[in-house]
Design a protein around this ligand. Structure first.
Ligand code: GLN
Length: 493
């Protein structure tokens, strides 16, 4: 058996189909790697060792028996711990849900099971997906595989770090304001937020329902395409899920993309942007130019309001969504209280972390009588203008290229006491959530400190196929995705 989670998805599928390796081999390799390196990284909250091996054995047996298997048969996928899986603890990295075992599968979990993927474990996140560094997890901080003094980004930092460190070839996360793309950029992997409505949110623990979207992480664009294909499709249990055909993303990736028009917006290259990040993104655009793409200036005049609008809309929705955690319906219940109101406040006071409380207070304020019009309603109006900026830009170009983050990965502890500075790290990713458009982050170089830098490509709604092809066009040429971190490990043998 020779295999590793660093292989790309088609190679892994080939190895599995040809019998060169079994799913049991591959899952064992991943479990060994987790045992070896995750003490240093902290990507996983829970590894489903026995269940994963059992699934692998079962898939191998079915393959042996000549059964037709799903498209991801035997490939491990790690799942962010805010996506419900029947009978598996789903904590949202919160004390509030520390003991929560959902009695049902999220739609994406059902789809992964149908695809015969192996669910290998649950990954760390910022509590309820609120944060950009994984430091808001109630249980552990995750470390960046490229430099363990630094954060992997967040909130899906565990899913990004698990792929970057070769503990699983694929993982899934959720992206409300950048939580897939930002950690992908920090960890040097590919991460994609699909169009709002492309992937069902049924069974994703809600943070901000009008912004949340589930998406894939992989070592490369091809892996992301395979996984997105498995996750996409209509689900009537999510009223915002769109009923439209899902293209075979993985099959069209390498088809030449003639006449590609790439947009560059000056609003994406502003004060605070690290010089090395800026240079890497411009160099990536030059690669597109050399491949025959036409590069055009576009303008997104309302970009400057994205962070402000997001931090009204997302906390408002969060304050409403998180009202359900009252210690009665769901979650932690305090033991020491005098009356019902006291029970609510003691339960919530004990079990929510500081950032979650901050968001609930911000959102409750923005929605309250007398402030609703001035904050929430106004934010919705500006959100519409931001969407219109994109509609106009996509009349002229197919894809907009920009940085993912203003800087490479920051140090653990560096921003945690400065919420505003932390919020600003999402300034280039938030717009896609407000506009509902798809966005992908892919490696486009390294800083002089050896930290990965991400390139963000955005496209018009439901243009994932073109977006993936454009991303693959660059990746094939630039090959940054083949670089691997040397992760500290301890010997387990
Ligand atoms: N970092 C952003 C926030 O804290 C985005 C989080 C996310 O996309 N889930 O809200």
């Amino acid at each position: 058996m020779t295999t590793t989670a660093f292989l790309n998805t088609p190679e892994l599928l080939d190895q599995l189909q040809s019998g060169e390796v079994t799913s049991t081999d591959l899952v064992t390799t991943c479990l060994d790697r987790i045992a070896k390196v995750d003490d240093h990284i902290g990507a996983f909250l829970n590894v489903d060792r026995d269940a994963a091996l059992q699934q692998a054995v079962n898939i191998d047996e079915r393959r042996q028996a000549g059964e037709t298997l799903g498209p991801l048969a035997g490939v491990p996928v790690a799942v962010k711990d805010n996506i419900c899986a029947n009978g598996t603890r789903t904590t949202c990295a919160s004390r509030m849900l520390e003991e929560f075992v959902p009695p049902y599968d999220a739609h994406v979990i059902q789809l992964l099971r149908q695809a015969d993927a192996v669910l290998i474990g649950r990954t760390n996140l910022d509590e309820f997906a609120m944060g950009s560094s994984c430091e808001n997890s109630a249980f552990q901080s995750t470390r960046n595989p490229w430099d363990t003094e630094r954060t992997p980004g967040g909130s899906s930092g565990g899913s990004a770090a698990a792929v970057a460190a070769g503990m699983t070839p694929l993982s899934i996360g959720s992206d409300t304001g950048g939580s897939i793309r930002q950690p992908a950029a920090f960890c040097g992997v590919v991460g994609m937020k699909p169009t709002y409505g492309r992937v069902s949110r049924y069974g994703l623990v809600a943070f901000a329902s009008s912004l949340d979207q589930i998406g894939p992480f992989a070592n490369d664009v091809t892996g992301a395409a395979f996984l997105l294909e498995a996750l996409s499709g209509h689900d009537q249990r999510d009223s915002t899920s769109i009923d439209c055909p899902v293209p075979a993303y993985s099959q069209t990736l390498d088809q030449p993309l003639g006449g590609l028009r790439i947009g560059i917006a000056k609003e994406h290259f502003i004060e605070g942007l690290d010089a090395e990040v800026e240079q890497a993104v411009h160099a990536a655009v030059d690669v597109y130019r050399s491949l025959g793409a036409e590069v055009k200036q576009v303008t997104l005049p309302h970009s400057q309001y994205c962070v402000a609008v997001y931090y009204i809309v997302a906390p408002s929705e969060a304050s409403s969504n998180l009202a359900r955690y009252d210690g009665v319906h769901y979650g932690h219940r305090a033991t020491d209280f005098e009356n019902m109101v006291d029970m609510y406040s003691a339960s919530r006071g004990e079990a929510f972390g500081d950032e979650v409380k901050r968001r609930i207070m911000l959102g409750t304020y923005a929605l309250s009588a007398g402030y609703y019009d001035a904050y929430y309603l106004k934010a919705l109006k500006v959100r519409r203008l931001i969407r219109q900026d994109f509609d106009r830009a996509f009349e002229d170009v197919d894809v907009i290229a920009s940085p993912v983050t203003p800087t490479p990965a920051f140090k653990i502890g560096e921003l945690i006491d400065d919420p505003l500075a932390m919020y600003l790290t999402d300034m280039y990713t938030i717009s896609a959530n407000l506009a509902g458009t798809p966005g992908i982050s892919l490696p486009c170089g390294f800083s002089s400190d050896g930290l990965p830098i991400g390139l963000q490509l955005q496209a018009a709604p439901f243009e994932e196929e073109r977006l993936l092809r454009a991303a693959r066009m660059y990746e094939r040429e630039a090959e940054w995705h083949t670089q691997r971190p040397s992760v500290p490990s301890h010997s387990t043998s």
